[in-house]
Design a protein around this ligand. Structure first.
Ligand SMILES: [Zn+2]
Length: 138
């Protein structure tokens, strides 16, 4: 006989419900070491503690990685090209998302400040935190 799997305090479904239905990014904080993360799991990825509490993640952060997708999946066919981004949120947590306003790699830079935008569209959508002047012509 096997033991039943323990239930995760935070799940992918809850994360998706957070940004799709509640216009917020849900994550968790480790009560043992304080790590804040958007990654769902049974235990803290840093210290292994199972004492996790839900935490609201910041809606702002900076881009730590990105690429321009010109051949997207079906859900984004009418949006290509766009930027697929990894964002380090203020206060902790990294999430992947997309930026329909960015159409080439000259329009975004590592470290750029961005803001989560609640949307009816799939995925976690970001936009520049404060729209600046258009990029200079090459
Ligand atoms: Zn921890």
């Amino acid at each position: 006989m096997t033991d039943p799997l323990p239930s995760a305090p935070h799940t992918i479904a809850e994360f998706v419900r957070g940004y799709e239905e509640e216009s917020r990014l849900r994550g968790f904080r480790c009560r043992s070491c304080g790590l804040v993360t958007a990654t769902w799991g049974l235990a803290c990825s840093r210290c292994g503690a199972r004492d996790l509490e839900e935490a609201a993640l910041a809606g702002t952060g900076r881009v730590v990685a990105f690429t321009i997708l010109s051949v997207p999946g079906d859900e984004f066919l009418n949006d290509a090209p766009y930027a697929y981004v990894v964002v380090e949120l203020d206060g902790g947590g990294r999430v992947t998302g997309w930026m329909p306003s960015v159409r080439s790699d000259s329009e975004l830079a590592l470290g750029a400040r961005v803001r989560f935008v609640p949307s009816y569209r799939p995925g976690v959508q970001f936009q520049p935190e404060s729209p600046g002047p258009p990029p200079a012509a090459p």
